[in-house]
Design a protein around this ligand. Structure first.
Ligand SMILES: Cc1cc2nc3c(=O)[nH]c(=O)nc-3n(C[C@H](O)[C@H](O)[C@H](O)COP(=O)(O)OP(=O)(O)OC[C@H]3O[C@@H](n4cnc5c(N)ncnc54)[C@H](O)[C@@H]3O)c2cc1C
Length: 329
């Protein structure tokens, strides 16, 4: 009989991504509610040595597939390995991250297992021994609760980054690590030939502070203002689709329905009107600050703090104040 919760973690560049700790913490909460064990599956190159650290978050046992061929995420290599392990482990609930790779992997694994999957969940509960998941729908206009049919196995959900708490239960606790022998598919039709990472930049999906700009910035060079502020606050720069379509910013920075869904502590929208498609990507941020010269701009209905001003006057003055505060600390 299926039992326990299993989390699928992400290991990149020699370390677990923060969202994996959030997923593990949420997994621990659900496993406790079910009174069942928490395990993890992790794939990567050099992952076995780091896997025991997941014990801090309450993971009892980690199944680590550690091979050079798993250094970079590749759907067609990862999905059969994860699906095969889940078939052996038979967990009741499977959680993963709703990151770009996590959503891709969990959809493929769910299809292989014939399982029901709720993507991009913002809340999970156990009721009557079964999983219930809440996720935003209709571009964030509504929230829907999902349940799994009795015959659906396993109950799979991916967790939106930066929403669930990251809780260390015991920093000295180590998980038991098993390294199952798994043969990778030799028939892979694709391979990663290189990864171009933006050096020193904070990943938008995991950023705690995002300073975003839209058409109101008027020209690409004006984004230097937002870059300066983002750097001062240890954050990342985001953009509206209008700014991306104009070629001012790369698509990787686009926030919204057809861009990234972000959930930082602080989202500062500068010169962005607040179209529904943009709100779909940042509406669940913890604090939203809007800077717009139009007091009727829809972004103000979503903002915790609204600044009706010309951003070219406000942002430089704000930067100076931040610098003064930082110097005084
Ligand atoms: C299918 C579909 C998917 C889409 N997906 C996305 C998406 O993922 N992300 C997204 O962002 N959009 C998306 N859009 C586009 C969306 O509908 C809007 O067109 C877009 O978000 C507008 O971008 P903006 O706010 O930068 O520009 P605008 O709507 O033109 O707003 C610019 C704002 O800047 C203000 N402003 C101008 N000058 C200044 C100044 N000096 N100081 C202060 N404020 C100033 C103006 O008052 C205005 O409110 C999508 C649309 C469709 C149809």
């Amino acid at each position: 009989m299926a039992q326990g919760v299993c989390v699928i973690t992400e290991f990149r560049d020699g370390a677990f991504r923060r969202v994996s700790f959030e997923v593990a913490s949420e997994g621990k909460r659900l496993a406790d509610a079910l009174g069942e064990p928490l395990t993890a599956i992790t794939l990567g190159d050099g992952v076995a040595a780091a896997a025991a650290d997941l014990g801090q978050y309450g993971v009892e046992k980690v199944f680590a597939v550690d091979q050079p061929g798993l250094q970079d995420y590749l759907a067609e290599t990862y999905a059969p390995v994860v699906a095969g392990l889940l078939q052996t482990l038979q967990p009741k609930v499977v959680l993963s991250a709703a990151s770009v790779d996590g959503k891709d992997l969990s959809a493929r694994v769910a299809a292989r297992l014939g399982a029901g999957l709720a993507q991009d969940c913002t809340e999970l509960q156990v009721e009557g021994g079964a999983l219930k998941a809440k996720r935003p729908v209709y571009a964030g206009k509504a929230l829907a609760w999902y349940e799994w049919a009795d015959e659906s196995w396993p109950q799979m959900a991916s967790c939106r980054p930066n929403v669930m708490a990251c809780l260390i239960i015991d920093s000295s606790k180590k998980a038991v690590v098993e390294t199952p022998a798994v043969a990778l598919s030799a028939a892979a039709k694709t391979r990663v030939v290189g990864v171009e990472a933006a050096a020193g930049k904070v990943d938008l999906a995991e950023a705690q502070v995002i300073i975003s700009g839209g058409r109101g910035l008027k020209a690409p060079e004006n984004f230097a203002l937002l870059e300066e502020l983002a750097q001062l606050l240890g954050g990342a720069v985001g953009a509206s689709r209008a700014a991306v379509d104009a070629g001012w910013r790369p698509h990787a920075e686009q926030v919204g329905q057809t861009g990234k869904v972000v959930n930082p502590n602080l989202y500062m929208a500068c010169g962005i009107s607040g179209a529904i498609q943009h709100l779909a990507g940042m509406g669940s941020s913890k604090f939203i600050v809007a800077v717009n010269k139009d007091p009727e701009a829809p972004i103000f209905s979503k903002a915790d703090y609204g600044v009706v001003a010309d951003l070219f006057q406000f942002v430089p003055a704000f930067i100076e104040e931040v610098k003064k505060l930082k110097a005084a600390c």
